[in-house]
Design a protein around this ligand. Structure first.
Ligand code: ADP
Length: 892
């Protein structure tokens, strides 16, 4: 127990799994908690004593599942193993923690999603100096860091990395002069901020006594260490050091090294904040948060896990650099053009295993013989992949050969030497468990071959002994057998006991037979067992050496893996472009977005073939900067505005876009504010969230941004809503000058087009045909003429009587409105008969003249605010209308 307590004292924040024989045991609070959480039987140790110790255990072969469940619950598990063979150890078996499994640091391939990275993130910094963020995927060595000047930006970047766990600075006094950001108050504030933004993300305090980040990075990165980093990006360096320190502490047995640290700037990539990622459904659909219905589902035609992860990264980090974008486009174009070569490359890619994670496991000393055999086989496939790519390059028409920078070149080093060495050493069907041997090829080691010969020769000798003894004794059923208790023995059935010779020594009596040993058998056994033990030791030694060789070549292999992943991703983009008829966009610095026959990549796939109606969109910061898109519900407004944003993302990834032609001026950010997306989980009102997101957009958007606004202002009363939407549009027009697509059912907003030079009205049309609404989905110039709300209500299945009643009310209202002089107020904005620019409805007069609450307007607004429309009978509504009108008519 003392040994256990020592270990526990060193890992107080982890649940300690303490290996005792075939079980992992937990004690004290760990045991009570885990028994409850995982539904295990709680027992006690030292039952007789006064203070029995609570304890529970799990069988060692099933440990993986239990650990996975605990990490999913946000816990850390320290695996404490027996470091010596209990059969030969004297006294207490040596035990120590070999690995800590945490939500973010996990190497168990079964609990890792092959298509997503598994990051542990670390932050540093404070509001005054800005923040640093680093994320590290221990399974692949992917290690990146960046800085963010505001907490908003930090939160966005964390969301983009989507870590499994986050390490915060330790609160309390700084433990070293370099311990950046460890100031109590601010750390607590940061922790609270993150908890609010990511309630389910496990937060962990940085390990106590962190070393200076610089020293840590220098040691772990070796030659890849950048001495200028701490100067240039101190917060990024601090966060990187923290992530590394944390990850290292989980692998006490291995000196965790990382191949490189990539420090990036937010401005290098198209900024997609959390809203944009969610609203554009890049990784998952809004509706059920699943991959189905997301952009990545359409794009992910990668064939390898590495490619799948890289595609996801490209999608979340689209580029801003024109040259880099065009380089990817060139490669995609070549692959689109060379279908045969592309198919050949993709066939090879499908056979290539997850090199990154295999190398990661080798580096940490947990790769199995099977892992290495798979690695060897995969390396062997690279020449075929290279040849396919050569074919694609050859088919390239007029393309410039970029030499080694060409992403379609795998390079000269394909790890062939290492691959050959692995294939030579290990059997192709090598097992996952190293200790049982049976995986080293003959011819690798002369000594191994010799002991194998003894061991197998032994088997032959055994058969010989059996045959000889049968002949000698005349007992046909005599058998030579083996068991763990007394090794090799001869078994003779009861009926033949009389024929047993005198030199047999009786050992045991069983139901129908007796068992004997002979001196010959005992000697034989000694030889065999010796040979077998030696064989296992030799195999393990050869395997370990091979694993070390792979680990030593990690950097090289990861470089190869990165090129393979890039090829896979490019081939996927090409495949998707080819299948769906996308075009290569012209990407430039013009700031213009000009798309002809653009489509929505996801909606078009869900629509029946040929049913998706393409549309043209042209946004120009100096021309049509803002598009006000009106049209009835369900007309396709949201689809249209999102498809533009998606095309920008796809173009800046380097891919093709769903359109006939497209010109995409590189954007710095894409913002979205879509629907009444409520964030009930965070307990905020829909409207408050909407306004917060809108404020965020107005604050951070620039003239190079694309802003997509859908139905803003809807979360409040109509008048508030129109006013806010109006003001937001004006602000974007006059100050921000961002390209904007603004979908709304407030026809009043069409009047903006008359008042502001860079606002253009378009509408998605619908027709009424025999009392039914028919959606044409086609854009036409000008605002929508009517809303078709009632037809949509009918479509949705509201009772016919109700629909009739609504029609009647609408007719009354329309007649009422028509009788009024132009510009006079209209009380029911969404049902307004004519939203054209000539008739401004309520806001016409108010907005043409500067907003001055004269003529009882304020009074009317106040009266309306006090009304709950849901509680109003049609009769009462009409009375109210009459009364309000009276208030506003000057003479009345
Ligand atoms: P709105 O925002 O105007 O209410 P949506 O954009 O949500 O309408 O579109 C409603 C539905 O119409 C979508 O789910 C889609 O199935 C279909 N749709 C939208 N645009 C098109 C189009 N261009 N071609 C074919 N179907 C479309």
């Amino acid at each position: 127990m003392r040994q256990y307590l020592d270990v526990k004292a060193r890992y107080p924040d982890a649940i300690v799994f303490f290996r005792l024989g075939d079980f992992y045991e937990m004690f004290y609070e760990d045991a009570t908690y885990v028994a409850r959480a995982l539904d295990l039987t709680l027992t006690t140790r030292d039952k007789g004593k006064e203070d029995p110790v609570p304890m529970c255990g799990v069988p060692h072969h099933a440990v993986r599942g239990y650990v996975a469940k605990l990490t999913e619950l946000g816990h850390r598990v320290a695996l404490c193993e027996q470091l010596e063979d209990p059969r030969i150890a004297r006294g207490i078996v040596k035990r120590d923690v070999v690995r800590v499994v945490t939500p973010g640091v996990n190497l168990d391939e079964e609990s890792l999603d092959p298509r997503a990275p598994s990051f542990v993130a670390a932050v540093a910094g404070d509001p005054r100096r800005g923040y640093g963020l680093a994320f590290l995927d221990v399974s692949t060595g992917d290690f990146r860091a960046t800085e963010a000047s505001t907490a908003d930006a930090l939160i966005d970047e964390i969301a983009r990395a989507d870590p499994r766990e986050i390490v915060l600075p330790r609160t309390g006094p700084a433990t070293s002069p370099d311990d950046v950001g460890a100031r109590g108050e601010e750390v607590r504030a940061l922790g609270a901020l993150l908890r609010r933004a990511y309630p389910r993300l496990p937060q962990t305090d940085a390990p106590a006594g962190e070393a200076a980040p610089e020293a840590l990075l220098r040691e772990a990165l070796g030659a890849a260490f950048d001495p200028g980093l701490a100067e240039r990006a101190p917060m990024a360096a601090a966060a990187a050091g923290r992530a590394l320190a944390y990850a290292r502490a989980t692998q006490p047995g291995a000196a965790l090294a990382v191949p490189r640290l990539e420090v990036f700037q937010r401005a290098d990539y198209l900024v997609l904040d959390e809203q944009a990622r969610a609203h554009l459904e890049l990784l998952e659909s809004l509706q059920d948060r699943r991959r189905t219905g997301s952009l990545i589902e359409v794009l992910d035609e990668t064939r390898s896990a590495m490619g799948s992860r890289l595609l996801r990264r490209w999608l979340l980090f689209p580029l801003c650099d024109l040259r880099a974008i065009r380089r990817r486009q060139d490669a995609v174009e070549s692959l689109v053009g060379a279908q045969g070569a592309r198919d050949r490359a993709r066939r090879a890619l499908a056979e290539i295993a997850d090199l990154e994670r295999l190398v990661g496991r080798a580096r940490l000393g947990v790769a199995t013989p099977r892992d290495l055999a798979v690695l060897g086989r995969s390396l062997g496939l690279l020449p075929e992949l290279g040849a396919a790519l050569g074919e694609a390059r050859a088919a390239q028409i007029g393309g410039t050969d970029e030499g080694p920078a060409d992403p379609l070149r795998l390079g000269d080093d394909l790890g062939a030497d290492l691959g050959a060495e692995i294939v030579r050493t290990l059997r192709p069907d090598a097992p996952a468990v190293p200790k049982d041997g049976g995986y080293v090829n003959p011819g690798v080691s002369a000594e191994l071959d010799e002991v194998c010969a003894i061991a197998s020769g032994g088997r032959e000798r055994l058969t010989a002994i059996e045959a000889r003894e049968r002949a000698r004794t005349g007992i046909p059923s005599l058998k030579v057998k083996f068991n763990n208790v007394f090794g090799y023995y001869i078994e003779v059935t009861r009926a033949h006991l009389g024929s047993v010779p005198a030199d047999y020594t009786r050992k045991q009596t069983v139901a129908n037979a007796e068992r004997f040993v002979t001196s010959e058998l005992t000697e034989f056994e000694r030889q065999i067992l010796g040979a077998d033990e030696r064989r296992l030791a030799l195999e393990l030694e050869i395997f370990t050496r091979l694993r070390e060789a792979v680990a030593a070549a990690a950097e090289r292999l990861l470089g190869i893996a990165a090129r393979v992943a890039a090829v896979d991703t490019l081939a996927a983009l090409a495949e998707v472009a080819h299948r769906n008829g996308y075009c290569r966009p012209v990407v430039d610095d013009s700031g213009i977005i000009d798309i002809t026959d653009g489509r929505h990549p996801v909606v078009e796939r869900l629509a029946a073939a040929g049913q998706f109606v393409p549309n043209d969109v042209r946004l120009d910061p100096d021309g049509d900067q803002i598009w006000i898109v009106t049209g009835p519900n369900m007309a396709g407004k949201s689809t249209l505005i999102r498809q533009v944003a998606l095309s920008v993302v796809m173009a800046q990834m380097g891919g093709f876009v769903p359109a006939r032609t497209a010109r995409i001026g590189v954007c710095d950010r894409v913002f979205t504010r879509v629907g009444a997306g409520d964030n009930l989980a965070r307990g905020e009102s829909t409207f408050l969230v909407e306004m917060r997101e809108t404020a965020h957009i107005l604050r951070y958007a620039s003239a190079r941004s694309l802003v997509v606004l859908d139905e803003i202002g809807r979360g409040t009363s109509t008048y508030d809503g129109v006013s806010i939407a109006w003001a937001v549009a004006e602000h974007l027009h006059d100050r921000v000058r961002a390209k904007t697509l603004f979908a709304t059912h407030y026809h009043e907003l069409c009047a903006l087009g008359d008042l502001h030079p860079r606002v253009r009205n378009v509408s998605v049309t619908a027709r009424e045909w025999k009392g039914e609404v028919v959606f044409l989905r086609k854009l036409s110039p000008g605002g929508a003429s009517r809303s078709f709300g009632i037809e949509v209500a009918k479509l949705a299945g509201l009772p016919p009587a109700l629909i009739e009643r609504a029609r009647a009310i609408l007719r009354t209202l329309e007649a009422d409105g028509a009788a009024r002089p132009a510009g006079a107020p209209h009380p029911v904005a969404p049902a307004q008969a004519d939203g054209s620019a000539a008739q401004l409805g309520l806001f016409g007069s108010a907005l043409r003249e500067p907003l001055e609450p004269s003529d009882g307007v304020a009074e009317v607004i106040a009266a309306l605010r006090a009304v709950d429309p849901d509680q109003l009978s049609p009769r009462a509504a009409l009375d109210l209308v009459a009364e309000l009108t009276r208030k506003l008519t000057p003479s009345g």
